[in-house]
Design a binder for this molecule. Structure first.
Ligand code: ADP
Ligand code: ADP
Length: 225
């Protein structure tokens, strides 16, 4: 049984369709990368899976449940954005705790989950800092931490490394791969970077102009003679 299923998903903006009917299934625990040039609909597709964008046509199923019209908070999905989207006036601890407070998690449970995420991401020493006192790589760790504390069944990553320099990108790629192995959860990652796709993916979906062009393992897609 697939864990995530897209069934002919469409997103229209007026006359224009950003996503033109995408069908795809991901198995539980799989790391899927959607790759393609800027404007091909990656971000729109991810936002529809997260529930942040209304779906014009088709269905999204998570864990065998149709969630097409389910609000984001009830999808058990967490998204990591390119822009980090941290709250500048809050400490790292409060940034990590924020989403949990919104759903009325107990203070003890918040402390436990934040501590666990901070340990996984090695940001324990930064918990009292404000985002402006962090490097780009540290900010991205906090952004990933904010996803981890929610204990999602599905992780979504929207070009999370695009704002980092080359060295940090490589380092964070390794971190994300480790995180996937450690948590064993399903991850969907979008990027325009083929190297990122090849090194992270169990399976790659190549998107072009809102349509699936190819699907395969990195070896199937890129190691052809
Ligand atoms: P990608 O993430 O691959 O760069 P996007 O999903 O951001 O692509 O965008 C896909 C297409 O949809 C682009 O042509 C973009 O201009 C268009 N688009 C995205 N969001 C909107 C919107 N809110 N209104 C109109 N067009 C949009
Ligand atoms: P990203 O690649 O991080 O999604 P974009 O610059 O593509 O960044 O999009 C930023 C925001 O603007 C998104 O919320 C997207 O939906 C919206 N957007 C993108 N293209 C258009 C467009 N042509 N018209 C209106 N809104 C758009």
């Amino acid at each position: 049984m697939p864990f995530l299923r897209l069934d002919n998903v469409v997103k229209r903006y007026g006359e224009h369709s950003a996503v033109q009917g995408v069908s795809f299934s991901a198995e539980k625990g799989e790391f899927v990368v959607f790759v393609g040039p800027s404007g091909c609909g990656k971000s729109t597709l991810l936002r529809m899976i997260a529930g942040l964008e209304e779906i014009s046509d088709g269905d999204v199923l998570i864990d065998e449940k149709v969630v097409t019209h389910v609000e984001p908070a009830r999808r058990e999905v967490a998204m990591v954005f390119q822009s980090y989207a941290l709250y500048p006036h809050m400490s790292v601890f409060e940034n990590l705790a924020f989403g949990l407070r919104m759903v009325k998690t107990s203070e003890g449970e918040i402390k436990r989950r934040v501590a666990e995420a901070a340990r996984i991401l090695q940001i324990e020493a930064l918990l009292q800092r404000k985002p402006r006192q962090l490097s780009g790589g540290q900010r991205q760790r906090v952004a990933i931490g904010r996803a981890i504390v929610r204990n999602p069944k599905l992780f979504l990553f929207d070009e999370p490394l695009s704002n980092l320099d080359a060295e940090l990108r490589t380092q964070m790629r390794v971190e994300i791969a480790k995180l996937h192995r450690a948590l064993g959860v399903t991850m969907v990652y979008v990027t325009h970077d083929q190297i990122e796709a090849m090194t992270l993916a169990d399976r790659i979906v190549v998107l072009r102009a809102g349509l699936v062009e190819q699907v395969g393992t990195p070896t199937e897609l890129y190691d052809r003679p």
